[in-house]
Design a protein around this ligand. Structure first.
Ligand SMILES: Nc1ncnc2c1ncn2[C@@H]1O[C@H](COP(=O)(O)OP(=O)(O)OP(=O)(O)O)[C@@H](O)[C@H]1O
Length: 260
């Protein structure tokens, strides 16, 4: 636990694992639905294994790891978007998941209508959403597109809308999964400034491929490899270990291709 955080654990996982069901043929899915009680028609693909994690109130945790190692899945499990396959999970407090919220937008509805629904999903009353609407619209900064169906939005505009809602729901835990990667420089700056102020009062879980961002915003880093926590602790220490492993791997690949 960092000295800047409290002793209250807001996210606790023990031996948490997540497996997806992989089917060799499409028809196997239907067979599983119909005859799954007697026979299994899929192979489990373990994406997370044995995750033991304590997140303290006030922590800002940066999650690192190569593509496909399980970072997003871990956040999705913590947000309640997908269920763990085994182990324990306890989350205390309102969670605002930026990318996950964007993924639930109804593409046929306008930005304004999605704000009304998204705000309600995040626990705001109708009058609270109406009261905060102008401020959300200003944060999103998408102008007249607020009245257009979301299906006409770019990825960056969807993320702006999702971030604007999350920034107004007074969540205790903010989950940012590479959401900044799709924003332009001005929006990234705005979000980073907002995250910077949020982390002074809330708890942050932040997936990023930018070590500089993790160093600046986080008091702890977690490096995930092949679905397991490989290392966690002070960001600069974890980042150094992660980079060293990446560099050694690059050297191995280089040696292999030279000796071929
Ligand atoms: N619904 C799903 N069904 C089957 N496999 C899945 C599903 N969602 C994710 N996966 C697999 O789980 C693994 C972990 O995915 P995840 O998105 O958590 O990785 P990540 O570390 O966030 O990667 P990235 O840095 O590329 O975003 C990947 O191999 C991915 O293909």
């Amino acid at each position: 636990m960092s000295s800047s955080t409290s002793s209250e654990v807001v996210v606790r996982t023990r031996h948490l694992g997540k497996a997806y069901q992989l089917y060799a043929h499409r028809s196997d899915w239907l067979k599983q639905v119909m005859f799954g009680t007697w026979k299994t028609y899929y192979k489990p693909f373990w994406v997370l294994r044995d995750i033991d994690l304590d997140v303290y109130r006030g922590d800002s945790i940066g999650i690192l790891g190569r593509n496909g190692c399980g970072k997003s899945t871990l956040l999705q499990v913590i947000c309640g978007m997908t269920l763990p396959s085994n182990g324990e999970l306890r989350v205390t407090g309102r969670v605002a998941p930026v990318l996950a919220l964007g993924a639930t937008f109804d593409a046929e509805l306008s930005g304004r209508e999605n704000i009304m629904i998204g705000g309600a999903v995040m626990g705001l009353s109708r009058s609270e959403v109406l009261e905060k609407f102008d401020s959300m619209a200003e944060f999103a900064g998408i102008g007249d597109y607020m009245e257009q169906p979301v299906k006409h939005y770019s990825m960056g505009m969807r993320t702006r809308l999702a971030f604007a809602i999350c920034a107004h729901v007074e969540a205790e835990i903010l989950v940012v999964d590479e959401a900044l990667a799709v924003g332009d420089a001005a929006f990234q700056r705005k979000c980073l400034d907002w995250i910077d102020s949020f982390r002074r009062k809330g708890t942050l879980l932040f997936v990023s491929h930018s070590p500089a961002e993790v160093r600046r915003l986080c008091n702890r880093a977690i490096w995930i490899e092949d679905g397991r926590i490989r290392s966690q602790g002070e960001p600069s220490v974890v980042i150094r270990a992660y980079h060293r492993a990446m560099a050694m791997e690059k050297d191995d690949i280089h040696r292999f291709s030279v000796s071929e």
